[in-house]
Each structure stands twice: as C-alpha cells, then as structure tokens.
Design a protein around this ligand. Structure first.
Ligand code: TYD
Ligand code: MG
Length: 472
C-alpha cells in the first residue's frame, strides 16, 4: 500500500509528503511530526460488506432538540442553543478563560435540567471545586471527575449517561490502544474520534477544550476541527478584559457568529452591548482614530481603528498591524498612493483595532484608510462620524452588505454622520420611507472613490505625494 502524506504539522494539521523544519502551510517551525495511522483497516484485500439501506431526502424527523444555557452570548454562538448528540470543540490560547467559560456554562446547563459531567485532565478536582466556589457555582448539580484515560472516561459516560460531557482538555486524554505519547497528533485524534462517535451513538453532547499550542510537542486543536460539528474559538488579548467566542464552523447555525464576554473577578460576564464597550475607552477625536461600523455574525458592532504614522529611520519602513489583515493593509496603502496620490513610502505605519478585537471584513477598508490619512495629515476626523465601505484596486468605493443595520447601530450610539459608498437600495428606501425611518439613521455622506474621499475630508495640498522628512 502506498503511504502518502506521512508527515503532519501539529499546529495546523497540514499534511506533508516529507519532513521539513518549517510548515509551509502555517509557517510554524519544528511542528512537523511523523503521522501514524489511526486504524489499521481491513488490509490489502477488501472483502465485500453488506448493502446500505438508502432513504429519501424527505424526513418526518423533527429538527434537533436544543437546550439554551440562558447565556445569550453563548446560545447565539452555538446557533441557538446546545444541540443534543453534537460534538463541539472550544479552542483558544492557554489562560484565555476556556475552563472558566465552560465551568460557568456547565453550571447553567445543569441548572436548566441537563445532566452534566465535567471531566478535567488539566487540573485536580479540588482546583475546579475551588474555582466553582469563587464563581458561586457550587449549588449547581454538575458532576466532576479528574481523568485522562479514555477507557475510564468512556466507561464513566456509559454508566452515568449524561446529556452533556465537557472534556477539559482533549490534549490530556490518552488511549492505550495508541502507542504514541499523550498530546501527540495521533492520540488527540483518536481521543476526539472516540468521544465524537460516542456522543453521536448515545445522543450526548460533548464539548472538548483544545489549547492552541505554539510549539510542536502537543497537537493543536486544528487537527480535530474536521471531526466535530461545531468549532468555537475563544479569543482575546490578555491585556484587555474582553473575550470573544467566535464560531469558525457550525453544522447547526451560522458560522462567524460571535459572543462577547468580559473577564471579571467573578468569572466571565456577558456583554450585551459590545459597541458601547469597544468605544468606551475612546476620548475626544484624535488624529489617527476612525470609528468603523462593522457586522460580526448577525450583529452590528462598532469599533475604533487606530493608526500611527511616523517618519521611518533609514532603511525599511515598518508595517505593523494588530487585529486586522497585514496583506489588506498593504493593499490599502498601495491604492492610497496609486489612486489618491498619498504616499506612505519612508513612513512607519502602525494599525490597531482597539479593545483586542480582530476584524476580517473588507468593509473596514474605508475606516482603515481614514485612520491612516488622519494620522498622516495629523488631522482628526469629524468626531460624530462612522465609516464603512470596501475599497477596490481601482480606488472606487464599493457598497457592503447590511448597510442599514450598520447605520442604525451608529445612530443608536449617538453618531450623527456616516461616510459610506453610495448604496442604491438605501437611496430608494429613503425616498419612500417615513420621517421616523429617516430619523433612525445618521446623515449620510456618500463617497464614490478614494480620491474624492481624500479631497472631501482633508482637502488637497500641493506636494501631498512628497514624503515628509524630519531632516528638513
Ligand atoms: P482559565 O479558564 O483557567 O483559562 P484556560 O482554561 O483557557 O487556560 O482562565 C485563567 C485566567 O482567567 C487566569 O489568568 C485568571 C483569570 N480569571 C479571572 O480573571 N477571573 C475569574 O473569576 C477566573 C476564574 C479566572
Ligand atoms: Mg483550562
């Protein structure tokens, strides 16, 4: 039998035909390990199996039963509650708050009537009890066990028959049928596979925690993403209290949905109005700051984009970006230079999305360009204005989805102006809408292209394309 793809990156799960020091899929170093086969299979001679029973597409079965945690932020990310017989992976950096989130969720589900078992392999049962005490969860009927042996875990689940099992973490679970070390790709996959198929067979929901790993000795959560129904990542910056639970994949609901939490002294608290939170630290309008009206999942989310532009010392100018895509920043800088005559050569550029938020929408292009221009010209943008819109390579501004929802959220938070590309459907509705409809939206300033935008906000000055230098 030909043995293909016999090496695997423990960080991203990419397979390689031969070993190398760096994974060309994710760029991590020393993460490529030999891939051992999980199952030996029937061998070279495949015998005939029995014929499958085929059915029609139509079904009389009801949609899957869902249980609500009573935590809106969590229920929304799950696609409207926890689905029975589903497997969920919750990934995230160590220390970000996964265990805290899941202990709180376990308590909520248990109080809602589910039979919940929390199995910890990371901490002792005593440590989890102490945390539960601190979080005020000791009244909840959650059953707790400290275990890492897959056989013991499956036997316990078989006798206890819980509705929900939480495995914290999948990397600590090991099976004696697999020869490689606990935490290796093979072990993690085998454990996730066994737990997932057990969950499907017995109608149990299973939440598995997976640590994002930086070094190659322990497999990261990505190696099991394809096995589970739902993949959630818990993100955030340790320096900020905000945490975002993001659905990367969901067979039972929309992906890209987010839940926002705040880490407090008493665990994670829901954030019902994230826009207010992400704008809370913003003071008076300063150069380099722009407010972006974004959409995360099904919800509008306003956030501040900050830019700093300063003369670069001799040599390569820096491009540093936090919370947005570096490639997209390079593109915006190139379009600003080519289509609007604003050059950033010889200037260091720093871009940051405030509050530790990470955004991926191209709709943020215009707000990013505005922050960059405002920083470069040392001129603040109008304080009560929000921006959104995609920038094309030609310098034209393109409308983006859900403009109206973005505008309404901006108005709700006290913004009176929106600087956006023309949206034909919006204009048609405005002419037929009632005065109350119009009052619910900020005043709109439509911009057709980047050059017009620069002209309208910053005016034209001679020598714009010249690079300012601190020498003269
Ligand atoms: P934890 O849930 O253990 O993270 P993970 O399971 O993702 O590794 O969270 C650890 C951090 O959370 C720790 O640095 C302390 C902080 N924390 C609080 O700020 N408040 C709390 O109530 C709790 C329980 C933890
Ligand atoms: Mg933990």
């Amino acid at each position: 039998m030909a043995k293909d793809a016999s090496f695997i990156c423990t960080a991203c799960g990419a397979t390689h035909a031969k070993w190398s020091g760096q994974c060309d899929a994710c760029g991590a170093w020393n993460t490529i390990k030999e891939n051992e086969a999980i199952s030996t299979g029937p061998g070279p001679r495949v015998t005939r199996g029995s014929a499958l029973t085929l059915t029609d597409l139509a079904t009389t079965e009801a949609p899957p039963a869902r249980t609500h945690a009573g935590v809106d932020e969590l229920d929304r990310v799950l696609g409207g509650g926890l689905v029975a017989a589903s497997a969920i992976l919750v990934g995230g950096d160590p220390g970000i708050g996964k265990s805290t989130l899941l202990l709180q969720a376990a308590a909520r589900f248990a109080r809602g009537g589910l039979k919940v078992i929390y199995i910890t392999g990371e901490e002792s049962a005593g440590q989890v009890q102490m945390r539960a005490q601190r979080l005020g969860l000791t009244e909840s009927p959650v059953k707790l066990a400290a275990a890492t042996d897959l056989r013991d875990i499956l036997t316990t689940l078989e006798t206890e028959k819980p509705d929900l099992a939480i495995i914290d973490s999948i990397q600590t679970v090991w099976s004696d049928t697999v020869s490689s070390a606990p935490g290796s790709v093979t072990q993690v996959r085998a454990a996730a596979h066994e737990l997932t198929s057990f969950a499907k067979r017995r109608g149990m929901a299973c939440i598995m925690v997976g640590h994002v790993t930086k070094e190659g000795t322990i497999a990261g959560p990505r190696v099991v993403e394809h096995m589970v129904d739902t993949v959630l990542y818990f993100e955030g910056d340790r320096g900020h209290p905000f945490r975002i639970l993001r659905a990367h994949k969901n067979r039972f609901g929309p992906a890209d949905e987010i839940g926002v939490f705040e880490m407090t002294g008493r665990g994670l608290a829901e954030v019902k109005n994230p826009s207010a939170l992400f704008l809370a630290e913003r003071g008076a309008a300063t150069p380099g700051s722009a407010v972006f009206a974004g959409i995360e999942g099904t919800r509008p989310l306003l956030c501040e984009i900050q830019a700093l532009v300063s003369p670069a010392p001799a040599g390569q100018a820096r491009r540093s970006v936090v919370g947005w895509d570096g490639g997209r920043l390079a593109m915006i800088l190139a379009v600003l230079e080519a289509r609007a005559g604003v050059a950033f050569a010889g200037l260091d550029v720093y871009l940051n999305v405030a509050g530790g938020l990470r955004i991926s929408e191209p709709a943020a292009d215009l707000a990013v360009a505005a922050a960059l221009l405002s920083a470069r010209e040392d001129t603040a943008l109008p304080e009560s204005a929000v921006l959104f819109g995609e920038i094309s390579l030609s310098g034209a501004l393109r409308p983006v989805a859900q403009s109206e929802m973005r505008l309404k959220e901006a108005k709700k938070l006290g913004f009176t102006t929106a600087i956006i590309p023309p949206v034909p459907s919006r204009r048609a509705r405005m002419s037929t809408g009632t005065p109350a409809d119009r009052a619910a939206l900020p005043e709109v300033r439509e911009m057709h292209d980047l050059a017009g935008f620069v002209e309208a906000l910053f005016g034209t000055e001679p020598g714009r394309t010249q690079v300012p230098s601190d020498q003269d």
